[in-house]
Design a binder for this molecule. Sequence first.
Ligand code: GDP
Length: 296
Amino acid sequence: MAFESLTGKLQDIFKKLRGKGKLSEKDVKEAMKEVKIALLEADVNFKVVKEFINTVTEKSLGQEVMESLTPAQHVIKIVNDELTALMGSKESKINFSDKPPTIIMMVGLQGSGKTTTSGKLANYLKSKGKNPVLVACDIYRPAAIKQLQVVGSSINVPVFSMGDKTTPVDIAKGAVDFAKNNNYNVVIIDTAGRLHIDEELMDELKNIKDAVNPNEILLVVDAMTGQDVVNVAESFNEKLDIDGVILTKLDGDTRGGAALSVKAVTHKPIKFIASGEKLTDIEVFHPDRMASRILG
Ligand code: GDP
């Protein structure tokens, strides 16, 4: 399960701190050194860790905390608040268009869970009263269109496809017209991925973006790839100016680094998290709940 190791370590550190009663500056600094190691071991980006530890240390050494009757509790609360802030403080919602359809473009590397997550998002939005259509723009992977169709039919959401002989740009444009003419108010475009970031992929995604001007570009990343998530997010963000991230596979053995680093490094929020293969396994990302989960 995600974060188990980080949670265990933080709990040990805080238990020691609580056992001390009044805290000295040295106690706080020592505890922070241990928190730092725990975060680095959880694969959190080191610049993010450094800044985080500086902020928490500074706040913890404040007069109010040091002179209080339960300083350890204060320090733990500061850690909790700063973890929440690190992940964006509040949840980030989808930007729905005033003039439907709302166009959501899903991007990411192959295997990140893009197609599955497109289905999950469609299912989620349907449960919120939207009328989505899925769009098959991955014309390169032989089974991709079929996979999206299987996903679509299992959640009763139509899949717009023009086969694999039309360009993704034309498919995306065709899908928007189709949605307008048939009263679908959300268009979810499943784009092609590659095993690695390459110029050709990025150019194609940029062309789709320019052609349909999406309201949301959501980057799907596999939480199990840890630090790599940050690099992937930076590359996609640079080229496409993404609106948010969906972190998948949090049910796997993730150490937590991705969830804690993405927002701080890219300044783009995590909007949803996915923790399973079922099409209902998606939820809105709440930074405060994630912080509580990490602290255990
Ligand atoms: P794509 O290549 O990015 O479109 O990825 P797919 O949607 O085909 O997903 C790749 C694999 O990851 C599939 O076996 C999915 O069932 C699996 N997968 C996707 N999301 C999750 C998740 O949140 N948890 C788990 N455990 N598996 C997932």
